[in-house]
Design a protein around this ligand. Sequence first.
Ligand SMILES: C[S@@+](CC[C@H](N)C(=O)[O-])C[C@H]1O[C@@H](n2cnc3c(N)ncnc32)[C@H](O)[C@@H]1O
Length: 272
Amino acid sequence: MIQRWPWPLPALLAWAAAWGSFHAARAVGLSPTAALVLAATTGVVFSLLGSSLPRKLIMALGFPLSWALLLGASGGAALAWAWLLPLGLFLALYPPGSWKDAPLFPTPPDVLNGLRQAAPLPLAGRVLDAGCGLGDGLMALEREYPDVHLVGIERSLPLRLLCALRCRWARVEGGDMWAADWSPYDMVYLFQRPESMARAMEKAARDLRPGAWLVSLEFEAVGWVANVCLQDDDERPVWLYQVPFQAAELPLVDAASQLASTSSAGAGRPNR
Ligand SMILES: C[S@@+](CC[C@H](N)C(=O)[O-])C[C@H]1O[C@@H](n2cnc3c(N)ncnc32)[C@H](O)[C@@H]1O
């Protein structure tokens, strides 16, 4: 996976791919404008694999900046508008409202194997993939639960449209998963970020009925006890939390120091 490569290898790959597509496009006779748009778009697509926003920007902007330095200075000013297209594409794929949540990393095909045994759902139950991206999570869920209603919600318009095309058997909605009502669902599936987990647990505890599940690929909800954690040898863990959630107990030493520090400010929920 590119995002695990040591930095700056992912950026070098993105820039090389962008420059490669620029030269390939020129070699097959595309106009400079079309080649520029194609190459900048290639950089943007690769940038989605960057592991953080600054890295994504470096990966996406490397080609246009180096092009401006090398070629733009010799009369390419008329093509400047062409930058807007890949920038627009980047913003459509990764709208600013999602920058605190996860960018597009798909659920690997077999990672949810065994979920049905660990978390059986009622016949015709309802499952939400919150932030469904291109639909890989929905597909993995469909393999486990072919008899439930699957719903995806996705903020990015192009991803939502592609997801709806790939997962015609699911209902794919546009919108913000944090603003959506999770109460109709028997399970909410997430593949987001470690930082999203506290908010997700808080929302799930508020919205979901007892017995419903919050399932998180890779990221644990720190401070809460998982009912089950599925993990095959080299796969990512899948954390399952069933409502009502159970707060993790503090080790004695931490509990004493937390008590001391919160006695004047009022107690909060313990962290593990
Ligand atoms: C890591 S991807 C996971 C995609 C899919 N669930 C899967 O597992 O294959 C996270 C997705 O969540 C979407 N997303 C992030 N924040 C969101 C929000 N607030 N509302 C809806 N979708 C969001 C992103 O656009 C991205 O497509």
